[in-house]
Design a protein. Structure first.
Lengths: 270, 153
């Protein structure tokens, strides 16, 4: 019945409204402070990750095992110097001739990667006449469509970005190592300095600036072909690669659907 | 009407639940980073942070800005697929300031042999030499010009 608001109610309402308005900037500042504490962002603009889908093709017949890619990767990405940390590396496969009289087509398979192939490969201890065939296989993050590493990360610090690169958020990584165990291709390691997981980022700072990844840049024989599925160029090297070669991926039975394609590899390569 | 009145223990339970849910929502609002969920279950800003790293290799386009004559000549010979920085080393610093020298000025034989040392693992299409069998009187560059490998100096 009585619509007149009492003085007490009016003052109370005014006071609480003023209090609410005053608390807003404080709340915002508190939120910003907490977020800054957890992560800092400083970024170049102008690159839309939803408009690209990167992939890498490896032509093993072109690889001469010079190791320039490994060396360039270490320099570009400040990978720890020790010989157990690589974002990309080269493996030398040696398939020995089978024992005479046996029923095998191929003999023993030996794989080595001294210092990741960074300084090239010293002559093998296997004598030439015992080698049936031998070749080099460059390895890197397989850019899985369904990444086991991203699924294993408990804090969302590693993820499949929309442009196909699988990245690590080093500000959020807690260094638990689950992703390192989850990667079936052994492409990850724990950085001993930062204590966070690290891997090939496809040189994300380069590709977002329109440059090629460092390994592709320095490869003298074009064994590595880098391309964008969403923006094919004229005479697209990726399409050319798929047309000319028998194309495989590593460990296809795992269902990871890698976007690193290998041409003409033997079944021994995993 | 009195039968509809909430028993005190239930109202306390409701208040407690509201308090817990409310404080969870407040904490979530404060703790979840701004860009989380922009593209997926991760911080969208992490993409920009990854992209913000500094360059070490300049890329051939940068070299072409000043050294297009060298590149044009290189393009006619076997070494045309090789990028400048494959041999001359990472050169972003040199591209930013030409007074800074590229890491490698002089070439050692080991730089050539990195690719041309004979090995049973190498594909046959690449020219390979056994340095012990090859002419050993001089450095590689004494007979071969790196930019024009079929020419003599």
């Amino acid at each position: 019945m009585n619509h007149v608001i009492s003085r007490r109610r009016m003052l109370g309402a005014l006071g609480s409204a003023l209090g609410w308005i005053a608390s807003q900037p404080v709340a915002h500042a508190a939120k910003a402070a907490v977020q800054n504490l957890l992560a800092s962002s400083h970024a170049p603009k102008g690159y839309d990750p939803t408009k690209h889908k990167w992939l890498m093709c490896i032509d093993v017949d072109r690889c001469i095992g010079c190791g320039l890619c490994v060396d360039a990767c270490k320099a570009e990405n400040h990978v720890p110097e020790a010989s157990s940390f690589f974002r990309t590396w080269i493996e030398r496969y040696i398939i020995k001739t089978p024992e005479p009289g046996g029923n095998e087509v191929r003999g023993e398979v030996l794989v080595d990667s001294p210092n990741g192939g960074r300084n090239g490969f010293p002559p093998s201890t296997v004598p030439r006449e015992e080698i049936l065939k031998s070749f080099f296989v460059p390895k890197l993050c397989n850019l899985c469509e369904h990444s086991p590493c991203a699924q294993a990360c408990p804090v969302g610090a590693t993820f499949d970005s929309p442009d196909g690169a699988v990245l690590v958020d080093s500000n959020y990584c807690i260094g638990c190592g689950f992703c390192i165990q989850a990667c079936p291709y052994g492409c990850r390691f724990l950085n001993p300095e930062t204590k966070t997981a690290e891997k090939c980022s496809l040189c994300y700072h380069r590709i977002t600036r329109g440059l090629r990844p460092a390994c592709v840049e320095v490869c003298p024989t074009q064994a590595r072909i880098f391309g964008d599925l969403k923006n094919p160029v004229e005479n697209d090297p990726v399409q050319e690669f798929v047309r000319k070669n028998k194309v495989f991926t590593l460990k296809p039975h795992l269902g990871t659907e890698p976007r690193v394609l290998y041409a003409n590899i033997d079944k021994e390569v995993r | 009407m009195s039968s509809l009145k909430m028993p005190p223990q239930v109202s306390r339970l409701v208040l407690l639940t509201l308090g817990i849910v409310g404080s969870y929502l407040v904490a979530r609002k404060l703790l979840v980073p701004k860009t989380f969920g922009e593209y997926g279950w991760y911080r969208g800003a992490a993409l920009e942070e990854n992209a913000a790293h500094k360059l070490v290799f300049a890329g051939m386009k940068s070299c072409d800005e000043c050294h297009s004559d060298v590149l044009q000549k290189l393009g006619k010979y076997e070494h045309k697929t090789i990028s400048c920085e494959s041999c001359h080393g990472p050169s972003r610093a040199h591209a930013d300031d030409p007074d800074v020298k590229t890491p490698k000025g002089m070439f050692a034989d080991s730089d050539c042999l990195r690719c041309h040392q004979s090995s049973p693992s190498r594909p046959l299409w690449i020219k390979q030499v056994d340095p012990l069998d090859h002419y050993r009187g001089d450095k590689c560059t004494g007979c071969h010009v790196p930019h024009q490998p079929k020419e003599t100096p």
